[in-house]
Design a protein around this ligand. Structure first.
Ligand code: MG
Length: 205
């Protein structure tokens, strides 16, 4: 009998508690079952989601770095750091999930330490905060909005680089590139924008 669980509301025509072998097989629409399904691990820690957005101008005389990958192009992204809007969005998604401020607070553009910095240091710092808090990345999803260059050929390299920085396998990182249908600042080729969502879970779960 040890394996049996008392549940209520499994029998909708009888309010008496009922013994069932595996309540997880049922999905009662009423009150929650009294027993937890066996085999599932419950944690007091929250799963946390974060979202980030960034954009940078395309200018002459700069390397184009997107998602930590250097891409041949006649223009690059301006910025105090290397201008990598994708890694900035990923950093802000991590920080947002942790309610730990934003990239501008942690790495102000008035600080010469971050001048022309490789933006992977920002992701690494945010990951350090996540690890310290006991979280690891479940998955990440990224949208890059650029009229040019075409990013399709670089998608896998960007995916691998972001996965490396987040300490996960590439299969946990989605990378999608979109044009902006020639609308707005992206459509006019004035800049590139990026959005990222990150899900954190308690490390080891
Ligand atoms: Mg930025």
């Amino acid at each position: 009998m040890e394996q049996l669980h008392a549940t209520r509301a499994l029998n909708r025509f009888d309010s008496r508690p009922t013994l069932v072998e595996n309540p997880s097989e049922f999905a009662p629409p009423g009150p929650p079952v009294l027993a937890r399904p066996r085999g599932l691990h419950y944690s007091d820690r929250m799963t946390r989601i974060g979202f980030g957005y960034d954009s940078h101008r395309l200018v002459e005389g700069r390397d184009l770095i997107i998602g930590g990958v250097r891409i041949e192009h006649e223009l690059g992204l301006s910025g105090h750091s290397d201008g990598d809007a994708v890694l900035h969005a990923v950093t802000d998604a991590l920080l947002g999930a942790l309610a730990a401020g934003d990239i501008g607070q942690l790495f102000p553009d008035t600080d010469d330490r971050w001048k022309d910095a490789d933006s992977s240091v920002f992701v690494a710092k945010a990951m350090g905060i996540a690890t310290e808090a006991g979280y690891s990345v479940a998955n990440c999803d990224v949208v890059i909005i650029a009229e040019s260059p075409r990013l399709g050929p670089h998608r896998e390299a960007i995916q691998r680089r972001i996965a490396d920085l987040l300490g996960v396998e590439p299969g946990r990182v989605g990378v999608k590139a979109k044009s902006n249908e020639r609308m707005g600042f992206v459509g006019r080729g004035e800049g590139i924008a990026a959005m990222a969502a990150v899900l954190l879970t308690a490390a080891g779960e």
